[in-house]
Design a binder for this molecule. Structure first.
Ligand code: SF4
Length: 254
């Protein structure tokens, strides 16, 4: 198992320390949400779901023109900020082999262990290697999902016997260019830290919201932030709406 994918004892100590550090703010935030629910108020989330693209190669230049993928610390900051604005679930799309994806293990383990987030992995591959399955099995099974394309369900459903939740990632919309209000619940972060309304328009200039390094997520996306809705007639990218966290959350709840 590669070092990137294998949790060392130093990583574990860091996670335990971080969990302790974040415990009090998490408790306060959870109590506030519980209290709001008890008084009939709707949950107020700046975003409910985080959608990450952690491909090995960055697909476009960052906001300052540099072409690079974010490092582990930058990803962990994104997860911390997302947790601070109410995100309890993230979906990570990985284009290639999971074990070749930088920081995947670190970011996922951090999200689960420090923030108690549910983490879904969306892959377009038809099968996983034993190494990849082994890494998934090291995560918290109650907080780990694998979203796969319909043609991979037969192969990958075997992982359910080992404790990994497997679910279809396909989101079939009657009109592939129809308007959508769904992005008000989520934000998508590309491998270079650029933010987009959702994964189906990742890389499309008109839906770029900024860069994670510009401002904290709450400031970028909170009151007065850009309208994230998608207008009628918008052409989606090659993945379409597959893996959309709004729909995956419904499936997970079932
Ligand atoms: S992925 Fe599709 S369904 Fe989901 S928010 Fe984006 S446009 Fe809407």
């Amino acid at each position: 198992m590669s070092k990137e994918m294998s949790p060392g004892s130093e990583d574990k100590v860091a996670v335990i320390e971080a969990r302790e550090l974040f415990h009090l703010p998490q408790l306060v935030s959870q109590r506030l949400r519980d209290s709001a629910r008890a008084h009939g108020a709707e949950d107020h989330h700046v975003v409910k779901y985080l959608w990450l693209r952690l491909d090995e190669q960055c697909r476009a230049a960052t906001i300052d023109g540099e072409c690079r993928s974010m490092d582990a610390e930058e990803w962990l900051n994104v997860v911390d900020e997302a947790a601070s604005v109410g995100v309890e679930c993230m979906v990570v799309y990985v284009g290639g082999v999971l074990s070749a994806c930088p920081h995947l293990w670190t970011v996922s383990q951090w999200a689960q262990d420090v923030h108690g987030m549910t983490v879904g992995f969306h892959t377009s591959r038809k099968n996983l290697t034993e190494e990849e399955a082994g890494v998934l099995l090291q995560l918290d099974p109650a907080l780990t999902w694998l979203f796969v394309e319909p043609e991979a369900l037969a192969n990958l459903s075997r992982l359910q016997e080992q404790g990994i939740n497997v679910c279809c990632a396909e989101v079939d919309r009657k009109d592939a260019t129809a308007a959508c209000e769904g992005p008000k619940n989520l934000v998508c972060v590309g491998p270079n830290g650029l933010l987009y309304s959702c994964g189906s328009v990742l890389g499309v200039e008109g839906f770029r919201l900024g860069h994670v390094a510009e401002k904290p997520l709450g400031e970028l996306l909170g009151d007065g932030g850009p309208d994230r809705a998608i207008a009628d007639g918008t052409v989606r990218n090659e993945l379409g709406c597959n893996g959309c966290p709004n729909e995956m959350a419904v499936r997970m709840a079932r």
